[in-house]
Ligand binder design. Structure first.
Ligand code: M6R
Length: 609
């Protein structure tokens, strides 16, 4: 999705804007642009990589200390320079960058045409720019009035940063359903769609709410509500350190983040336990809230949905709570049946995924309690849910999630164990045994990374030319197959499918031919033999079989390659088996020479529907 940055202060804006945009590259984009104000506002845009924009301005003297920047991921109109942001209103009065989508832009276009405005691009953003200009000139009541009138007139989602020709030392911003944070330090004020863009400069931020606007001056930020009244806000501290958003010697963010998993998993466990007992007090969930829960609905997208699939098995098996899991884009239109004792759990790394946010709102509208498992503090989902469980993965930059996924698994385990205890489905000894075993997960992940990376690299190097791959397993092994398969396809562009192994014979097995790669996950004791017999079936049809299983298991009759992981409690295997699967996705992609951190067509956080 698009990225926004802005700076107003004592330093030259150009360097801060370009640095910020480079830190937003991971969100995915196809053009970039900046507007810098010295005496006049100058706009520079380029199609393609940020380096094209840098080339364009390398000989310019840009001394302005106020500016806005944008990386665009095309939605309305093709990726070209005209459609790139910033957009400028017809007579240069308003310069604007925008994330999101204006749904009623066609109707607004007709309105602008009736007032003799011209449009040069194919974007909804240019419509928005001119609409602000229209209200600014019509009512002559200044920026906040023009922005507020525009906000009530447009439908859709937006985070905007605006410079008005007649207000030289100010940047104006507003948002609805699209992320934005505002930072401040002694050098000036900053804005960004995502924390890593400004973390190098400041970790002190304001959160701007939906349908609010703000004016960024060089030394302060003033917030306004929709009536134009001033809103007081507190500066909050973000606890992420700058190095967590840098590569620190790793070749890619994805491999750096894979290697950070022991540490962030440990941090997340520590934040959810106290004296070796689970402590959910930070989430706001109380014992009486948990006692009331009769069923659970987990809603999420992509990998977060796969965490939900794992959690479903554990909530049902361990805590005996009926649990459903749904993809957010389906849930929001499904008209699900929820009752007052349903707990809806929304899982999201970014806390800004449009469908997950809409699902949360849908659940709240039905009067149901919601719990968010979220990584980004202050994100929309975190702010709107009744209870929030923060994962402590730190900033995740690679588009393919790894460390956030692992911390979300921990969040699910702690909830399931605590719910099981409160609902008296497990005794104290087992409760303690589970916590003790959960505490071992970080070390076991480290052991896998230390002992298996080289072997997996070798296995992966054989598969850079394959066209298809299949991931199979049963129960929790099936759940993690879904994630393994997504990890491979999203970064390597190899077609890959995950199947519940028992389902193969109902169709998919006809796709198996000589040397088709099948990765079998076999960690669940009760169904181990069944998974192995499914693997024998594909092997006998020519498949090349890689088995991920537990140390000591003999799978030699079926495996061409074996990946052995340490033993743990049956519920925690997803945390261990996912590590080799992440490494397989990573190393196959690297051996294909692809951009593993920024796969084509994908964005880190999908903030539009
Ligand atoms: O920020 P979220 O966790 O809500 O994002 C959900 C998905 O977009 C995300 O998990 C996506 O599937 C990743 N690319 C997977 O690696």
């Amino acid at each position: 999705m698009c990225g926004i940055v802005g700076y107003n202060g004592k330093e030259k804006a150009v360097n801060i804007l370009l640095d910020g945009l480079s830190r937003l590259e991971y969100r995915g984009y196809d053009s970039a642009g900046i507007a810098i104000r010295d005496k006049e506002i100058e706009v520079f845009k380029a199609k393609g990589k940020l380096s094209n924009l840098k080339d364009k301005i390398k000989d310019k003297k840009l001394n302005g200390t106020c500016g806005i920047g944008h990386t665009r991921w095309a939605t309305h109109g093709e990726p070209n320079e005209t459609n790139a942001h910033p957009h400028v209103s017809n007579d240069g009065n308003v310069t604007l960058v925008h994330n999101g989508i204006i749904e009623n832009y066609q109707e607004l276009t007709q309105k602008l045409f009736r007032h003799d405005y011209k449009l040069f691009s194919e974007t909804d953003t240019e419509v928005l720019t001119n609409l602000i200009d229209y209200y600014y000139k019509k009512y002559k009541m200044g920026p906040i009035d023009a922005i507020n009138r525009t906000m009530v007139r447009v439908r859709g989602s937006y985070a905007i940063a605006v410079m008005f020709k007649e207000y030289p030392d100010e940047i104006w911003v507003a948002r609805k359903d699209s992320p934005m944070i505002i930072g401040q330090d002694s050098n000036g004020t900053y804005l960004a769609s995502d924390v890593p863009a400004i973390l190098k400069y400041t970790n002190k931020v304001y959160y701007i709410d939906n349908m609010e606007a703000a004016c960024l001056k060089k030394d302060k930020v003033i917030f306004y509500d929709l009536n134009g009244d001033v809103v007081k806000k507190e500066l909050k501290e973000i606890k992420w350190d700058v190095s967590s958003a840098e590569k620190e010697g790793f070749e890619h963010f994805m491999i750096k983040e894979i290697n950070e998993q022991p540490e962030v998993v440990k941090k997340t466990i520590n934040s959810l336990t106290n004296n070796n007992k689970i402590d959910l007090s930070k989430t706001g969930l109380k014992e009486e809230d948990i006692k009331r829960i009769k069923d659970i609905y987990i809603v999420a997208c992509g990998s977060a949905y796969h965490v939900g699939v794992c959690a479903q098995y554990i909530f049902e098996d361990l805590a005996r709570i009926p649990t459903k899991v749904d993809i957010a884009s389906e849930f929001r239109y499904r008209k699900p049946i929820l009752n007052k004792n349903t707990l809806v759990i929304i899982i999201s790394q970014s806390g800004e995924t449009a469908d997950s946010l809409a699902a949360l709102r849908e659940a709240k509208n039905m009067g149901v309690k919601t719990l968010a498992i979220v990584n980004v503090v202050g994100s929309s989902i975190a702010r709107e849910a009744d209870y929030v469980l923060y994962t402590l993965a730190g900033p995740e930059i690679a588009v393919a999630t790894t460390k956030a996924f692992s911390t979300q698994l921990i969040a699910s385990y702690t909830l399931a164990i605590e719910f099981a205890k409160i609902k008296k489905k497990i005794n104290n000894n087992y409760y303690q045994e589970l916590i003790n075993e959960m505490n071992q997960i970080p070390e076991k992940i480290k052991e896998i990374l230390n002992n298996l990376t080289t072997n997996i690299q070798k296995i992966a190097s054989k598969f850079s030319n394959i066209k298809d791959a299949f991931y199979i397993g049963r129960g929790l092994d099936y759940a993690i197959s879904l994630e393994g398969s997504l990890k491979l396809k999203e970064v390597s562009y190899i077609h890959s499918e995950a199947y519940a192994s028992g389902e193969l014979k109902h169709g998919t097995i006809s796709l198996i031919e000589d040397n088709t790669l099948v990765i079998g996950i076999a960690t669940q004791e009760e169904i181990f033999e069944k998974t192995i017999s499914n693997l024998v079936e594909v092997k006998s049809r020519g498949a090349y079989v890689v088995v991920v299983t537990i140390n000591g298991k003999d799978v030699s009759k079926v495996a061409n390659n074996t990946i052995m992981i340490p033993e743990t409690n049956k519920y925690f295997y997803p945390s261990l088996s996912v590590i080799p699967l992440q490494l397989i996705g990573y190393y196959i992609t690297v051996s294909k020479g692809l951009d593993v951190d920024k796969p084509r067509n994908l964005a880190k956080s999908v903030t539009v529907e």
